[in-house]
Design a binder for this molecule. Structure first.
Ligand SMILES: C[S@@+](CC[C@H](N)C(=O)[O-])C[C@H]1O[C@@H](n2cnc3c(N)ncnc32)[C@H](O)[C@@H]1O
Length: 271
Protein backbone atom coordinates (compact mmCIF):
# COMPACT_ATOMS: atom_id res chain seq x y z
CA UNK A 1 0.00 0.00 0.00
CA UNK A 2 1.57 3.21 -1.15
CA UNK A 3 0.05 6.64 -1.25
CA UNK A 4 1.00 10.24 -1.48
CA UNK A 5 0.44 12.68 1.32
CA UNK A 6 -0.72 11.45 4.64
CA UNK A 7 0.94 8.04 4.38
CA UNK A 8 4.26 8.95 2.80
CA UNK A 9 4.82 12.34 1.19
CA UNK A 10 7.88 10.96 -0.62
CA UNK A 11 5.78 8.59 -2.68
CA UNK A 12 4.13 9.94 -5.83
CA UNK A 13 1.68 7.65 -7.54
CA UNK A 14 2.55 7.73 -11.20
CA UNK A 15 0.61 5.78 -13.79
CA UNK A 16 3.31 5.29 -16.35
CA UNK A 17 0.95 3.95 -19.02
CA UNK A 18 -1.29 7.01 -19.09
CA UNK A 19 1.35 9.51 -18.00
CA UNK A 20 -1.01 10.60 -15.27
CA UNK A 21 0.16 11.84 -11.90
CA UNK A 22 -2.21 11.01 -9.10
CA UNK A 23 -2.01 13.55 -6.33
CA UNK A 24 -3.44 13.85 -2.90
CA UNK A 25 -4.96 10.51 -2.09
CA UNK A 26 -5.94 11.15 1.46
CA UNK A 27 -5.43 8.68 4.25
CA UNK A 28 -9.19 8.14 4.66
CA UNK A 29 -9.57 7.01 1.05
CA UNK A 30 -6.61 4.66 1.21
CA UNK A 31 -7.73 3.25 4.55
CA UNK A 32 -11.27 2.80 3.25
CA UNK A 33 -9.86 0.67 0.39
CA UNK A 34 -7.25 -1.34 2.30
CA UNK A 35 -9.25 -1.61 5.51
CA UNK A 36 -11.61 -3.93 3.58
CA UNK A 37 -8.78 -6.42 3.14
CA UNK A 38 -7.23 -8.85 5.60
CA UNK A 39 -3.77 -7.70 4.51
CA UNK A 40 -2.60 -4.33 3.22
CA UNK A 41 0.47 -5.66 1.40
CA UNK A 42 1.82 -8.88 -0.15
CA UNK A 43 2.53 -11.69 2.31
CA UNK A 44 1.01 -14.88 3.74
CA UNK A 45 0.78 -16.86 6.99
CA UNK A 46 3.25 -19.35 5.47
CA UNK A 47 5.91 -16.70 4.84
CA UNK A 48 5.43 -15.18 8.31
CA UNK A 49 5.83 -18.63 9.91
CA UNK A 50 8.85 -19.39 7.72
CA UNK A 51 10.55 -16.16 8.82
CA UNK A 52 9.71 -16.95 12.45
CA UNK A 53 11.43 -20.33 12.12
CA UNK A 54 14.80 -18.52 11.79
CA UNK A 55 14.39 -17.01 15.26
CA UNK A 56 16.14 -19.36 17.71
CA UNK A 57 14.02 -18.90 20.78
CA UNK A 58 10.62 -18.04 19.32
CA UNK A 59 8.81 -20.48 21.60
CA UNK A 60 9.90 -18.43 24.66
CA UNK A 61 7.82 -15.57 26.06
CA UNK A 62 9.21 -12.85 23.82
CA UNK A 63 8.41 -9.17 23.68
CA UNK A 64 7.64 -8.50 20.01
CA UNK A 65 6.89 -5.29 18.11
CA UNK A 66 5.18 -5.23 14.71
CA UNK A 67 5.76 -1.86 13.05
CA UNK A 68 3.25 -0.67 10.45
CA UNK A 69 1.07 -3.60 11.39
CA UNK A 70 -1.97 -2.47 9.37
CA UNK A 71 -5.08 -4.37 10.46
CA UNK A 72 -2.84 -7.14 11.80
CA UNK A 73 -2.90 -9.96 9.22
CA UNK A 74 0.67 -11.01 9.98
CA UNK A 75 0.49 -9.99 13.67
CA UNK A 76 -2.27 -12.52 14.43
CA UNK A 77 -0.22 -15.25 12.72
CA UNK A 78 2.77 -14.25 14.86
CA UNK A 79 0.65 -14.32 18.01
CA UNK A 80 -0.76 -17.75 17.19
CA UNK A 81 2.75 -19.14 16.76
CA UNK A 82 4.51 -17.50 19.73
CA UNK A 83 3.81 -17.17 23.46
CA UNK A 84 4.86 -13.63 24.32
CA UNK A 85 3.31 -10.20 23.96
CA UNK A 86 3.04 -8.27 20.69
CA UNK A 87 2.64 -4.53 20.26
CA UNK A 88 1.42 -3.50 16.81
CA UNK A 89 1.99 0.10 15.77
CA UNK A 90 0.50 1.87 12.75
CA UNK A 91 -0.06 5.42 11.59
CA UNK A 92 -3.70 4.77 10.77
CA UNK A 93 -6.20 4.95 13.68
CA UNK A 94 -8.75 3.08 11.51
CA UNK A 95 -6.36 0.18 10.97
CA UNK A 96 -5.49 0.06 14.67
CA UNK A 97 -9.19 -0.05 15.58
CA UNK A 98 -9.68 -3.02 13.23
CA UNK A 99 -6.43 -4.56 14.55
CA UNK A 100 -7.68 -4.52 18.16
CA UNK A 101 -11.09 -5.86 17.10
CA UNK A 102 -9.36 -8.70 15.20
CA UNK A 103 -7.19 -9.51 18.24
CA UNK A 104 -10.28 -9.65 20.47
CA UNK A 105 -12.18 -11.87 17.99
CA UNK A 106 -9.31 -14.36 18.17
CA UNK A 107 -9.12 -14.15 21.98
CA UNK A 108 -5.62 -12.63 21.76
CA UNK A 109 -6.40 -9.26 23.41
CA UNK A 110 -4.33 -10.06 26.53
CA UNK A 111 -1.16 -10.59 24.51
CA UNK A 112 -1.71 -8.44 21.41
CA UNK A 113 -2.28 -4.70 21.50
CA UNK A 114 -2.38 -2.18 18.67
CA UNK A 115 -1.38 1.45 19.17
CA UNK A 116 -1.36 4.47 16.85
CA UNK A 117 2.08 5.89 16.17
CA UNK A 118 4.77 6.51 13.61
CA UNK A 119 7.59 4.09 13.09
CA UNK A 120 10.09 6.94 12.73
CA UNK A 121 9.18 8.39 16.14
CA UNK A 122 8.66 5.41 18.43
CA UNK A 123 7.20 5.66 21.95
CA UNK A 124 9.29 2.75 23.32
CA UNK A 125 12.29 2.30 25.65
CA UNK A 126 15.79 1.49 24.42
CA UNK A 127 16.38 -2.25 24.10
CA UNK A 128 12.73 -3.05 24.91
CA UNK A 129 12.09 -5.79 22.34
CA UNK A 130 13.34 -9.30 21.64
CA UNK A 131 11.99 -9.17 18.09
CA UNK A 132 11.06 -6.34 15.71
CA UNK A 133 8.80 -7.34 12.84
CA UNK A 134 7.63 -5.27 9.88
CA UNK A 135 6.01 -6.52 6.68
CA UNK A 136 5.62 -4.40 3.57
CA UNK A 137 6.33 -1.06 5.21
CA UNK A 138 9.96 -0.22 5.95
CA UNK A 139 10.24 1.61 2.59
CA UNK A 140 7.96 4.27 4.08
CA UNK A 141 10.83 5.49 6.24
CA UNK A 142 13.70 3.96 4.22
CA UNK A 143 15.33 0.54 4.57
CA UNK A 144 18.66 1.83 5.87
CA UNK A 145 17.13 4.46 8.16
CA UNK A 146 14.61 2.00 9.58
CA UNK A 147 17.21 -0.70 10.30
CA UNK A 148 19.47 1.81 12.03
CA UNK A 149 16.76 3.54 14.06
CA UNK A 150 14.93 0.39 15.12
CA UNK A 151 18.12 -1.32 16.30
CA UNK A 152 18.12 0.94 19.39
CA UNK A 153 14.81 -0.62 20.50
CA UNK A 154 16.12 -4.19 20.19
CA UNK A 155 17.89 -6.08 22.97
CA UNK A 156 21.37 -7.38 22.18
CA UNK A 157 20.97 -10.65 20.23
CA UNK A 158 17.42 -9.56 19.37
CA UNK A 159 16.05 -10.25 15.90
CA UNK A 160 14.74 -8.07 13.13
CA UNK A 161 12.50 -9.51 10.39
CA UNK A 162 11.26 -7.25 7.60
CA UNK A 163 9.92 -7.65 4.09
CA UNK A 164 11.16 -5.14 1.56
CA UNK A 165 10.77 -4.50 -2.17
CA UNK A 166 13.91 -5.80 -3.93
CA UNK A 167 15.31 -6.30 -7.43
CA UNK A 168 15.95 -9.91 -8.48
CA UNK A 169 18.25 -8.95 -11.38
CA UNK A 170 20.95 -6.36 -11.97
CA UNK A 171 19.04 -4.84 -14.91
CA UNK A 172 15.36 -4.61 -15.85
CA UNK A 173 13.03 -3.04 -18.42
CA UNK A 174 12.57 0.70 -18.22
CA UNK A 175 8.84 0.59 -17.45
CA UNK A 176 9.23 -1.43 -14.26
CA UNK A 177 12.45 0.34 -13.25
CA UNK A 178 10.67 3.71 -13.39
CA UNK A 179 7.60 2.49 -11.53
CA UNK A 180 9.52 1.11 -8.56
CA UNK A 181 12.22 3.77 -8.36
CA UNK A 182 9.36 6.26 -8.23
CA UNK A 183 7.62 4.36 -5.42
CA UNK A 184 10.74 3.25 -3.48
CA UNK A 185 13.71 5.45 -4.48
CA UNK A 186 16.17 3.33 -2.46
CA UNK A 187 15.14 -0.01 -4.01
CA UNK A 188 18.17 -2.29 -4.48
CA UNK A 189 19.18 -5.88 -5.18
CA UNK A 190 19.08 -8.56 -2.48
CA UNK A 191 22.87 -8.54 -2.09
CA UNK A 192 22.88 -4.77 -1.67
CA UNK A 193 20.14 -4.94 0.95
CA UNK A 194 21.91 -7.68 2.94
CA UNK A 195 25.02 -5.51 2.95
CA UNK A 196 22.98 -2.54 4.30
CA UNK A 197 21.64 -4.78 7.05
CA UNK A 198 25.15 -5.90 8.01
CA UNK A 199 26.48 -2.33 7.98
CA UNK A 200 23.62 -1.32 10.28
CA UNK A 201 24.97 -3.70 12.93
CA UNK A 202 23.08 -6.94 12.39
CA UNK A 203 24.53 -10.33 11.61
CA UNK A 204 22.80 -11.84 8.61
CA UNK A 205 20.46 -14.72 9.51
CA UNK A 206 18.39 -15.38 6.37
CA UNK A 207 16.73 -13.89 3.32
CA UNK A 208 14.06 -15.47 1.14
CA UNK A 209 11.75 -14.19 -1.57
CA UNK A 210 8.01 -14.12 -1.02
CA UNK A 211 6.24 -16.53 -3.37
CA UNK A 212 4.04 -15.31 -6.23
CA UNK A 213 1.02 -16.44 -4.21
CA UNK A 214 1.89 -13.82 -1.57
CA UNK A 215 1.18 -11.21 -4.26
CA UNK A 216 -1.69 -12.86 -6.12
CA UNK A 217 -3.72 -14.89 -3.61
CA UNK A 218 -3.45 -12.57 -0.61
CA UNK A 219 -3.05 -9.18 -2.28
CA UNK A 220 -4.25 -8.72 -5.87
CA UNK A 221 -7.11 -11.26 -5.98
CA UNK A 222 -8.78 -10.05 -2.73
CA UNK A 223 -8.61 -6.50 -4.11
CA UNK A 224 -10.72 -7.49 -7.13
CA UNK A 225 -13.47 -8.55 -4.73
CA UNK A 226 -13.67 -5.19 -2.93
CA UNK A 227 -13.16 -2.70 -5.79
CA UNK A 228 -16.83 -2.63 -6.86
CA UNK A 229 -18.11 -1.89 -3.34
CA UNK A 230 -15.34 0.70 -2.79
CA UNK A 231 -16.30 2.50 -6.01
CA UNK A 232 -20.00 2.35 -5.17
CA UNK A 233 -19.38 3.90 -1.75
CA UNK A 234 -17.18 6.58 -3.31
CA UNK A 235 -19.35 7.11 -6.41
CA UNK A 236 -18.33 10.23 -8.36
CA UNK A 237 -15.02 10.54 -6.48
CA UNK A 238 -12.37 10.83 -9.20
CA UNK A 239 -9.53 10.17 -6.77
CA UNK A 240 -11.17 6.89 -5.73
CA UNK A 241 -11.53 5.86 -9.40
CA UNK A 242 -7.92 6.80 -10.12
CA UNK A 243 -6.77 4.92 -7.06
CA UNK A 244 -8.49 1.72 -8.22
CA UNK A 245 -6.93 2.18 -11.68
CA UNK A 246 -3.53 2.57 -10.06
CA UNK A 247 -3.95 -0.63 -8.06
CA UNK A 248 -5.04 -2.49 -11.23
CA UNK A 249 -1.97 -1.13 -12.99
CA UNK A 250 0.28 -2.37 -10.17
CA UNK A 251 -1.25 -5.86 -10.56
CA UNK A 252 -0.70 -5.77 -14.35
CA UNK A 253 2.91 -4.75 -13.90
CA UNK A 254 3.43 -7.59 -11.46
CA UNK A 255 2.12 -10.17 -13.88
CA UNK A 256 4.30 -8.72 -16.68
CA UNK A 257 7.55 -8.21 -14.76
CA UNK A 258 7.47 -10.47 -11.69
CA UNK A 259 10.78 -12.11 -12.61
CA UNK A 260 12.54 -8.78 -11.99
CA UNK A 261 11.33 -7.84 -8.50
CA UNK A 262 9.39 -8.85 -5.44
CA UNK A 263 9.34 -8.72 -1.69
CA UNK A 264 12.18 -10.36 0.21
CA UNK A 265 12.12 -11.29 3.88
CA UNK A 266 15.35 -10.13 5.54
CA UNK A 267 16.11 -11.56 8.97
CA UNK A 268 19.03 -10.29 11.05
CA UNK A 269 20.32 -10.53 14.63
CA UNK A 270 21.52 -7.46 16.53
CA UNK A 271 25.21 -7.75 17.36
C1 LIG B 1 1.72 -2.10 2.78
S1 LIG B 1 0.92 -1.74 4.30
C2 LIG B 1 1.45 -3.15 5.24
C3 LIG B 1 0.55 -3.48 6.39
C4 LIG B 1 0.79 -4.84 7.05
N1 LIG B 1 2.11 -4.89 7.66
C5 LIG B 1 0.63 -5.95 6.03
O1 LIG B 1 1.66 -6.48 5.55
O2 LIG B 1 -0.52 -6.28 5.70
C6 LIG B 1 1.87 -0.42 4.94
C7 LIG B 1 1.42 0.06 6.31
O3 LIG B 1 2.33 1.07 6.73
C8 LIG B 1 1.61 2.01 7.50
N2 LIG B 1 2.48 3.18 7.61
C9 LIG B 1 2.93 4.00 6.64
N3 LIG B 1 3.77 4.92 7.14
C10 LIG B 1 3.87 4.67 8.48
C11 LIG B 1 4.59 5.27 9.56
N4 LIG B 1 5.40 6.30 9.37
N5 LIG B 1 4.46 4.73 10.79
C12 LIG B 1 3.64 3.69 11.01
N6 LIG B 1 2.92 3.09 10.03
C13 LIG B 1 3.04 3.57 8.79
C14 LIG B 1 0.32 2.19 6.73
O4 LIG B 1 -0.70 2.76 7.52
C15 LIG B 1 0.06 0.72 6.36
O5 LIG B 1 -0.71 0.08 7.34
Amino acid sequence: MKGKGSINPKITLHMENEKTLIHDFDLNLICDYFGRLERQGPGSPESTIRALSFIDNFSNELNIADFACGTGGQTMTLAQNTKGTITGLDLSPDFIKKFNTNAAKLGLQNRVKGIVGSMDNLPFQNEEFDVIWSEGAIANIGFEKGLNYWKGFLKKDGYIAVTYESWFTDERPNEIEKFWVNAVPEIGTIGHNISIMQKAGYSFVAAFTLSEKCWTDTFFIPQKAIQKAFLEKNAGNKAAEAFVEYMKYEAELYSKYKQYYGYVFYIGKKI
